[in-house]
Write a protein that binds this ligand. Structure first.
Ligand SMILES: *Cc1c(COP(=O)(O)O)cnc(C)c1O
Length: 445
């Protein structure tokens, strides 16, 4: 257990066994939470999340001699409660849509600590950002066109970061790799000079800095080291073209431990490499240290979360496979079917019991690919027992769907023996709320 760096743990930092050997998190027995709030249930450990925020802050202060700010990439898990907690810990926040932006503002994140990302922002989203003084990450010419129109007639300038693809390869899944040149995000580096020159002529634009993000779930440190030089070069270029930037934003991407064999760097080790590389790259170019921004998502929230399911049916095919089904699946955790992601799971009330079989853990959706885990060693299980999947705090709730018209789960936040509902469970009847049945289709018989 590494309390300093929750991203290196399989379970939340407060996970322990109660005297009966049942797994508890934040002082709450997980099977009791399942009983009280129903399943599937997302459980978020407040202490793990706070600890990860503090680890970023502390490491930035320790390893970077200039100003710095960590921004929570809220697409990892967006809610009012998480926003409020992250804001209270002094972090900023990345939003990618009007919905994430509204959540940030309503959750109490100060506008000057919010940035709006996106490779295809709508005029409405940009307008919301402008009205609220949010920094916009300019991703493409269309952003500039729309901002130009929206900025007309306004007296205030628009704070901007400019995103470009740094041309850095790293080893992660193709869908979550963004740093190589063939990516939909950001300007091509060949276009940097042209766009910086254009922005220098826009009186409404206030270029605050540059941004690049190389991908997600990355265990290597070298790509982040290389990124510092690429960003510092762009900083020099921006200055030479008449801008006065102050910020360099290295994006997010630090990986977490999903299975025992994963060995990601700690938050401290990652920040140290990024900070030292940035300081060195700036010194080598005679630059005053810019404000260093980073945008962790997964490494802040993933290990804080677990998902509770109730075990239901089973199908044993002699000599072939044993399927054990739970009451959720790809609608509450689309990562296995999307990225072939691996997870770790155990029984809530006997996490340490010796395994007697190896099962394929499946969901309840009409899809053969609705598999949460393969080769899961489990003791004999009965229907009704509570099963825990670990490290589901990132990219689960935020990617959840209503496939098969299954309501999305509730989220409870736990800490010091207290549990609080922070997102309530949808009901099946609520899923009909947005349907409209034209009168002429109404059945008469
Ligand atoms: C997804 C994303 C992040 C967060 O990535 P993690 O791997 O979750 O840390 C940060 N910045 C940008 C621009 C992103 O797209």
């Amino acid at each position: 257990m590494d309390p300093e760096s929750p991203n290196r743990n399989l379970a939340p930092i407060t996970a322990e066994l109660d005297p009966q050997g049942r797994l508890q998190v934040g002082g709450c027995v997980l099977s009791e939470l399942a009983q009280r709030y129903g399943t599937p249930l997302y459980v978020l450990d407040e202490q793990s999340l706070r600890q990860a925020c503090r680890a970023y802050k502390k490491a930035l202060e320790q390893h970077y001699p200039g100003p710095s700010l960590a921004l929570y990439a809220s697409k990892a898990n967006s809610s009012l409660a998480i926003t409020a907690l992250v804001a209270a810990e002094g972090l900023g926040l990345d939003a990618v849509s009007a919905g994430e932006l509204l959540t940030a503002l309503e959750g109490g994140m100060p506008m000057e600590r919010i940035v709006l990302h996106g490779n295809n922002k709508s005029a409405e989203e940009l307008s919301l950002a402008l009205q609220n003084g949010v920094t916009v990450v300019v991703d493409n010419w269309r952003d500039i066109e729309l901002l130009q129109e929206l900025a007309e007639g306004r007296s205030e300038t628009v704070p901007l970061l400019l995103r470009f693809t740094p041309g850095i390869e790293c080893h992660t899944h193709e869908y979550i790799r963004t740093g190589h040149l063939d990516s939909k995000f950001g300007f091509d580096p060949d276009q940097l000079e042209q766009v910086l020159t254009h922005l220098a002529g826009c009186s409404w634009a206030q270029l605050k800095g540059l941004h690049a993000h190389i991908g997600s779930q990355i265990f290597e440190l070298d790509p982040h080291r290389d990124l510092a030089g690429v960003l510092a070069d762009a900083f020099v270029l921006a200055r030479s073209l008449g801008h006065n930037p102050t910020d360099l934003n290295v994006g997010g991407g630090l990986g977490i431990r999903y299975v025992a064999s994963d060995d990601p760097p700690s938050i401290d080790a990652w920040v140290k490499v990024v900070a030292e590389a940035m300081a060195a790259a700036c010194q080598a170019r005679n630059l005053e240290l810019p404000r260093l921004l980073c945008e962790p998502g997964r490494s802040l929230v993933a290990a804080a979360g677990v998902t509770l399911y109730e075990v239901g049916s089973r199908k044993h095919i002699p000599g072939l496979n044993t399927y054990v089904a739970v009451d959720g699946g790809m609608s509450d955790n689309p990562r296995p079917i999307t990225y072939q992601s691996e997870y770790t799971a155990c029984l809530a009330d006997s996490p340490g019991a010796a395994a007697s079989e190896s099962v394929t853990l499946v969901g309840k959706h009409c899809e053969s690919g609705d598999v949460l885990l393969k080769g899961l060693p489990l003791p004999a299980t009965k229907a009704g027992e509570v099963l825990v999947v670990l490290a589901t705090g990132a990219y689960n709730a935020s990617m959840a769907s209503n496939y098969n018209r299954i309501p999305r789960p509730a989220t409870v936040m736990v800490g010091s023996g207290r549990s609080e509902l922070v997102q309530r469970r949808e009901r099946p009847d609520e899923l009909l709320r947005y349907d409209v049945l034209p009168e002429r289709l109404r059945s008469v018989g």
